[in-house]
Design a protein around this ligand. Structure first.
Ligand SMILES: *Cc1c(COP(=O)(O)O)cnc(C)c1O
Length: 366
């Protein structure tokens, strides 16, 4: 089956007399007997398994669902021995960067930070010995692209594993494990659930054995998602292909129009031919996604005014929902590496002309 069909089936297919829609199983415990498959929800439950089945199938690996994208990330890092060497990108999801920085400070991990879009610098940082390479592509919020196949080869040369946060790509736009990654991590809170109403994460391991290790760790640490959140994730996945198609088409058109707008200094969208990752993204992805960032004015002023001025679009953090959101990421002091004048747009599924009219008006008012 093709990805669109896999999404609609959502990891579950009933037979005569069974419900057609996925079922929300809230029970934490199961009757025990000779052929009881389930025991306790921390180990496995049918709703969570359906979600793992659909995401695992889409990504071509073995999925474990977690309570959030951060819990999924933590589960991968928790597999490292104390003092393990990690190479990680300087631009990427702030929460992950802070988690790695904290583990580096306490000596739990030895983290080297590099420009993840620079393959040469990443390979040099991996050096002779490394345990884990962390990548995020496309990255948040600069929409930079990492060469997954090249970095995977360099990591594997020294016996390191490669984990890729592919939240911005989703399994539909990037087959991260096929490109060479050992793990792909998604904040399912974003596109997979897709409606800004469910906190959820997932790790997909290439190896079935790695999946079992992660599932055992989830059981022991307790970072299990709630069934209702997973149910919303399943519901979201059923329309993922349609939502991505519309969001991405809107994003491409907004990027094109912003690029021509005299008040906009620079547009970051891998679909634009002059984006530094354009060629690479064309090779390793089947679409350029729905995050567009742009720089406007000097300093924070104009960018803040755009965020405050929108009326159809909302000024809010997060991404990947049906609604279009803008945020000036550098408003967080910890996000100082991002230009002050950069506005990130998570493009939703509204009508393109309503989005453009809103953005154009907010820009004109700066
Ligand atoms: C949101 C996000 C995360 C964290 O996910 P949560 O579900 O919020 O814990 C990790 N990586 C990326 C790229 C994200 O956008």
């Amino acid at each position: 089956m093709r990805p669109e069909t896999i999404c609609v089936e959502a990891g579950y297919r009933g037979e005569t007399g069974d419900p057609v829609a996925p079922t929300l199983h809230l029970s934490t415990t199961y009757h025990q007997g000779e052929d009881g498959t389930y025991e306790y929800i921390r180990e496995a439950s049918p709703t969570i398994e359906a979600f793992e089945r659909v995401i695992g199938t889409l990504d071509g690996g073995h999925a474990v669902a977690f309570a959030s994208g951060m819990a999924a990330t933590t589960a991968v890092l928790d597999g490292l021995r104390p003092g393990a060497r990690v190479v990680a990108p300087e631009i990427g999801y702030l929460g992950v960067r802070e988690l790695l920085a904290e583990r580096n400070e306490t000596g739990l991990l030895d983290v080297t930070v590099v420009d993840g879009t620079d393959t040469g610098a990443t390979v040099a940082a991996i050096g002779e010995s490394c345990d884990l390479v962390w990548a995020e592509t496309p990255n948040n919020p600069m929409v930079g692209i990492t060469d997954v196949a090249a970095v995977a080869a360099a990591a594997h040369d020294v016996g390191a594993k490669l984990a890729v946060d592919a939240t911005l790509a989703t399994p539909l736009l990037q087959r991260t494990l096929e490109l060479g990654a050992d793990y792909t991590v998604h904040s399912a809170t974003k596109y997979l659930a897709g409606h800004a109403d469910s906190l959820l994460g997932v790790v997909v391991a290439k190896d079935a054995a790695d999946r079992e290790v992660l599932a055992a760790r989830r059981n022991s640490t307790g970072a299990v998602p709630g069934p209702f959140e997973v149910y919303l994730g399943l519901r979201g996945v059923r329309t993922l292909a349609l939502r991505m198609e519309r969001s991405q088409a809107n994003a491409a058109e907004l990027a094109r129009r912003l690029d021509e707008h005299p008040a906009v200094n620079r547009v970051l969208y891998p679909g634009l031919p002059d984006h530094p990752g354009h060629e690479l993204a064309s090779r390793q992805m089947t679409g350029f996604g729905a995050i567009v960032s742009f720089e406007i004015g000097e300093g924070a002023e104009a960018a803040d005014a755009v965020c405050a001025g929108v009326r159809v679009i909302s000024n809010a953090t997060s991404l990947g929902g049906v609604e279009t959101l803008v945020e000036r990421r550098a408003r967080y002091p910890e996000e100082a590496i991002v230009p002050d004048n950069l506005v990130r747009v998570s493009v939703g599924i509204e009508h393109i002309e309503d989005l453009w009219a809103d953005l154009e008006r907010a820009i004109a008012a700066t």
